[in-house]
Design a protein around this ligand. Structure first.
Ligand code: NAP
Ligand code: FE
Length: 366
């Protein structure tokens, strides 16, 4: 018999000018810690809208790095404590949104970031308002934060039901300032969430609902991604697909695509979505042997005639990157061994062995 649960407590507000329209309702407390990266909150126009809407007090932390570390989150958490902030407004891509979640925990729990992985936390994190400026991670609707862990030379996800933001405001206009390659990288992250969630062995009827709609929406933007002509309508579809991808993985987690992507980000500076994109075609080919109907449904919704056509799409979107990375064989084996230890691999249909992961890595980055 089927057995599943579905928990997604984030209030969603999607549309043009949703932040301005929220007005004083944007505040969840007396004093906000506004968390952003160095430039995206300003470039996107989101910070201006927040400051216009917000009548209460705030303090700004605008130093979140890409692929943030625990130390980076500690800095923000200390500021929140010093300034007595009682909620967080996070603006940006997955990096600021994830960092804000960890800051929310550290601001009220006397622990180091590494202790959070080992021991969890007791006190309820500060509530978060999440405002995405990329259409990719879906972090605004997930209970995860991914940090760079230098001690383990990798990236690692932290999860907990109280890491869901309380409210997410999604305005597609905030993604209009994204350069084309970042638009593509992040769009492929959204696709990987939708597809990995749908093909995960943890998929349920409820998570499929979000995944299937999201894959269909993503299929509709393929011509625009190919041509590079990204209209506001396309931005809206991408933000919707990204949100649906987040809702999906909030239930299912991700699979081995993400586990193989982390070393490309950690050791080779590949942005997260691109690192996933490099392995997506091989993932679909591997999974086809274990769940052919599901893989064929993905292709149908994307309006692609074959697995080969999917590979061609990825090759086209990442033309400057596919086949360009040449990693020595002994390192490839080490990447496969580390990936094999992750939960992501155990969530993958067919649960690939170290040998199978090594083959997939070789196929794409030898
Ligand atoms: P990101 O690292 O947040 O941002 C990438 C770059 O794009 C940054 O330089 C950023 O500038 C810039 N940028 C962001 N929005 C912009 C805009 N509107 N206009 C112009 N530039 C903009 O990228 P991301 O792909 O969104 O997030 C990746 C992170 O999320 C990774 O750490 C990944 O592991 C994590 N992730 C989390 C989840 C989850 O469920 N929580 C899921 C998947 C991935 P700034 O320097 O100003 O920020
Ligand atoms: Fe991701």
């Amino acid at each position: 018999m089927r057995e599943f649960s579905f928990f997604m407590p984030t209030k969603l507000v999607f549309g043009q000018d949703v932040v301005k329209k929220a007005g004083a309702g944007l505040a969840l407390g007396k004093k906000a810690l506004i968390v952003t990266g160095r430039s995206s909150a300003r470039l996107s126009g989101a910070l201006d809208d927040v400051l216009e809407a917000l009548s209460g007090e705030y303090v700004l932390f605008d130093r979140v790095e890409n692929n943030p570390t625990g130390e980076n989150c500690q800095e923000g958490a200390e500021l929140a404590r010093r300034e007595n902030c009682d909620y967080i407004i996070a603006i940006g891509g997955g990096s600021p949104l994830d960092a804000a979640k960890v800051m929310a925990v550290l601001a009220v729990n006397e622990k180091s970031p590494l202790e959070l992985y080992a021991q969890g936390w007791e006190k309820k994190p500060l509530p978060i308002v999440a405002i995405p400026t990329t259409a990719g991670t879906g972090s605004e609707v997930t209970p995860y934060a991914v940090l760079t862990i230098h001690e383990e030379e990798t990236k690692k996800g932290l999860g907990g039901p109280d890491l869901f933001p309380a409210v997410a405001y999604l305005d597609p206009r905030y993604t209009a300032s994204l350069p084309l390659q970042v638009t593509i990288d992040t769009a492929v992250d959204a696709l990987s969430h939708l597809v990995e969630g749908y093909l995960s062995n943890r998929a349920s009827s409820a998570s499929d609902l979000a995944a299937l709609q999201g894959i269909a929406v993503w299929g509709g933007v393929i011509p625009a991604l190919r041509s590079g002509d990204i209209s506001l309508q396309v931005r809206e579809d991408l933000l919707l697909a990204s949100m649906l991808g987040g809702i999906t993985i909030a239930q299912t987690g991700t699979t081995f695509v993400h586990a193989l992507g982390y070393p490309l980000t950690y050791f080779h500076d590949y942005p997260h979505g691109r690192a996933n994109g490099i392995f997506m075609a091989s993932y679909l080919e591997f999974t086809h042997a274990h769940a052919p109907e599901r893989v064929e449904m993905v292709l149908e919704l994307l309006d692609l005639p074959s697995l080969n056509a999917f590979r061609e799409l990825m090759n086209e979107l990442f033309a400057d990157y596919v086949g360009k990375l040449h990693v020595p064989e002994e390192r490839i084996r080490a990447y496969a061994e580390k990936a094999a230890q992750t939960k992501n691999v155990s969530y993958s249909r067919g649960t690939p062995s170290v040998e199978e992961l090594t083959e997939i890595l070789k196929e794409n980055i030898l």
